[in-house]
Design a protein around this ligand. Sequence first.
Ligand code: M6R
Length: 596
Amino acid sequence: MCGIVACRTSAPAVEFLLPALSRLEYRGYDSAGVALTARGRDALHTMRAVGRLAVLEDMVAMESPSPDLGIGIGHTRWATHGAVSEPNAHPHRDCGGAIAVVHNGIIDNADELRARLQSGGHRFSSEVDSEVIAHLVEEAYASCGSLVEAVRRAVHQLRGTWALAVTSANSAEVVLACYRSPLVVGSSETEHFAGSDMIAMIGRVAHVHVLQDGDIVELADHVSWTDMKGNQLTPRSPVTVDWDAEDAEIGVYEDFMEKEISEQPAVSARLLDRLLPGVANGLLWKNLALPSFRSIRFLACGSSLNAAAAAARVFRDVADIPARTIIASEFEEKVGGEVLTIAVSQSGETADIVSALRQVHGPVLLITNAPYSTLARGADAVIDCGSGPEIGVAATKTFTTQVIAGAALGLSAAAALGRSSGSEISQQALALAKVPDRLEAAHLTSFPVAHALAGELAQAPGFFFVSRGAGMPYATEGALKLKEITYRWCDAIPAGELKHGSISLIEDGTPVVVIDSGSPVRLHGAASEMATRGARIIRIGPEGSGAAFPVLADVEGPWGPLEGVLALQHLARSVAVALGRDCDKPRNLAKSVTVL
Ligand code: M6R
């Protein structure tokens, strides 16, 4: 979940490293650090700081490293091993301070390696698993005198996951290695750059190469690719960096979450332009060339799980295919046979899904915003949601595009497998085509309503989100969004279930957000039972219905009241802002959860 960057440039390395780290801060923001060097220098200039990247930026401004330091590595941390402290921040160094390492991943055998290295006289200065790598490289370098060979020997001893960048005061190069943790590299003329995500490289290179497990890449005068045995490799196929600098800038918005909420109509329209032509004719589905199956299971976590629940309904209702959702961290392979697994993950790196898929033997389709990710490399087919970079930790536009991609796939599967009449599918495809306009209208309506409610709602200690049927994935998503960025407790409950226990929590003023869906009679009945007990009902409903957020379509598609998510996202963000929370970087969270 950490972000790593590296470069070998003719300009000061910090000019690349700091902006690149700022784009990767979504991966972790407990502490950050850089190590810099230059050809002919036999020292490293290392700076590390606890807190947000801004603290490191101030430190760099104060220490003003020599401009000739064009070789460097950097890290932004999400703590797993060891407290948040300066000694635990990366880069980690060897005993002599001549070798520096930044690492993303977990070294499972770190304790064992540490004990061996300590008994051989190595002195450790942190509690972090990653530090063993610096000492292993030191040990190997002493006998082989080559940084790339030393890294190769070091990674041979590791168990776990890693993306590494290593530099040394003596060798004017950076060595990269990866195993089950993402890393990309790109070059322009004589300059070389690397990062955990291509977003780090925006504006620097037109293409990147994605490292595969076991690759070791040396950034020296030239870039050389080898495998774990030292065999030369040709660089992996280039991938175009099709994001602009603007995509990763905050622009006129208060925060990235606000920007990303407002981008949803445009990214949805772009996605539908790509997918809709293959819906009614079934080609979107047929072109995936998946083997036949009897049922579908969706594997996902968090917001992606909620999106999967909306998509599963389309497969069940329109394509008549049994489809269920499974929390990836709870997955246990029990059924063999003809099951299609659809993994849903915006980052494509979520460790719970990576781990679950190791148990899966059948075909895997991935819905993702990261078509070159770890999950994408292992999938049989991939649908790219193409939402552009999502920097706010709270999923917004990626949730919406996942629902749309899942719905388009479900309709196309129904057409391809002859499970629904052509006219029904065409009608649903038409309804899907209207989603971007509906999202836009919901965005414009919801923003001021959420803003007006925020001050009052910020006083509430907790919230309920209530719906039925196709509305439940959205109620669950609304509750997740609000709790993750406001730190208030939130619970999502089907209306009929309230009276079986949870209603006892309703007090005077308890906010209950009701998302109209399913049977209005039961939903409104439940709302009035709660109102009678003092609940503050906030309804998300159709225009003209008297709802606080009048944003829903009169007739919803089988994917449910998707427009309502705009109201839910604005509500969560407005309450977070009223509480003075940083909605882009909520406490304890990171966007790409690469630990189990
Ligand atoms: O990258 P993924 O979609 O696999 O991530 C799954 C969850 O960690 C993610 O959706 C998380 O719940 C979001 N921060 C929620 O806003």
